[in-house]
Design a protein around this ligand. Structure first.
Ligand code: PMP
Length: 354
């Protein structure tokens, strides 16, 4: 029986996507060949890549708005480096909202001065800093829209004249935003998009070409743009599955439709966390992530019982990250409201039992 998979990533994907992906590994669209044995230069794969690139822009409302979508390798972590390599000449600003922001800062420091514009590190990243002053003269400002480990999410993006870069690895395609406020968006596939192995990078025209350093080809966004995301052999399977997932999202009504469901899932779990005295939420209420709900037991002696009940209910992957402890229920796009209901039922059953 399929488990209710609350894993933080790699994570749940739509069942029908898994099915189609499995079929394509055996034989792609009746071609007599597997997806993973055909040339990436074949018309069949070029079509898949082009469809993936155009679906990404379509979902973000950025088609014909002067943006290019790329599917690169090396994970979101590679983009921590690439962003700075391609955009940082003197000074960049970073809002430090957690482990992933810190890792992005570490890479960027190799290339220039980094201003930590705001941080919530002093309280173990349980909130999103707000109302901070963004200094003038930054090459760019870097944000992390959703903090996977801590369960916080930026709800309002501060207006800025700075070039705006955002790591959306764990909430891409989950909610409607004005995506045209961003100059560069990146997101590892392995949450809302597909399997690990590719990273979506969306770049606005005119953002590149401003740094004086030589950029190695594989790290140079302009090279990848010039080659239509096919500078070298792309990760064909992750790109294909990402394309299928984006098509699935389009078929069910796009970001606006999934956002409604994501809101319902988040309300369901957070109201249980707030009403049930056996649980307490980790993140500040106004900054709670709709993707990753972080919470603790108020009575640690119940851990074994709760874990056993979760296991019996076929719940997988709710252990919190080691830097936060407790529990983390990740509720990405493919997770159903019913699955969240199963977890909430276990939580309320624990209250009845205790
Ligand atoms: N940014 C965020 C917000 C993440 O959640 C993750 C991974 N969980 C990363 C970056 C790093 O991604 P990767 O492992 O693909 O390098």
């Amino acid at each position: 029986m399929k488990k209710h998979n609350f894993s933080a990533g790699p994570c749940i994907l739509p069942q029908e996507v898994m099915q189609k992906a499995a079929e394509a590994v055996v034989e792609l669209d009746g071609s007599g060949l597997s997806l993973i044995e055909i040339s990436h230069r074949s018309s069949a794969f070029v079509e898949i890549m082009e469809k993936a690139r155009s679906l990404a822009l379509e979902h973000l409302g950025l088609s014909d708005k002067g943006y290019t979508a790329l599917f690169l390798q090396g994970g979101a972590s590679q983009q921590f480096l690439n962003v700075a390599y391609n955009l940082l000449e003197d000074k960049a600003g970073y809002v430090n909202t957690g482990t992933w922001s810190l890792k992005a800062i570490k890479e960027a420091k190799i290339f220039g001065e980094i201003v930590e514009v705001a941080s919530s590190q002093e309280s173990n990243f349980n909130y999103i800093p707000k109302g901070y002053t963004i200094p003038q003269g930054l090459d760019y400002l870097h944000l992390t829209s959703n903090n996977t480990i801590f369960g916080t999410q930026i709800k309002e993006f501060q207006k800025t004249d700075s070039t705006l870069v955002c790591d959306m690895s764990s909430d891409i395609f989950s909610r409607q935003l004005d995506f045209s406020q961003f100059d560069l968006i990146y997101a590892g596939a392995q949450k809302n998009m597909g399997p690990a192995g590719t990273t979506l990078v969306v770049i606005k025209d005119g953002v590149l070409g401003k740094v004086s350093r030589k950029i190695p080809s594989m790290l140079d966004y302009q090279v990848h743009i010039g080659k239509d995301s096919m500078f070298n052999t792309p990760p064909v399977f992750p790109v294909y599955v990402s394309m299928l997932t984006m098509q699935w999202l389009k078929d069910i009504g796009g970001i606006s439709a999934i956002e409604e469901i994501n809101d319902k899932k988040a309300s369901l779990i957070y109201s249980e966390i707030d009403l049930n005295p056996l649980f307490s939420g980790f993140a500040a209420k106004e900054d709670r992530s709709n993707m990753n709900a972080t919470f603790n037991l108020t009575d640690a002696t119940l851990k074994e019982t709760f874990d056993q009940m979760c296991k019996e209910a076929n719940i997988n992957g709710i252990n919190g990250h080691r830097s936060v402890g407790g529990y983390r229920a990740s509720m990405y796009n493919a997770m159903t409201l019913e699955s969240v209901g199963v977890l909430v039922d276990v939580m309320s059953e624990l209250e009845r039992k205790a």
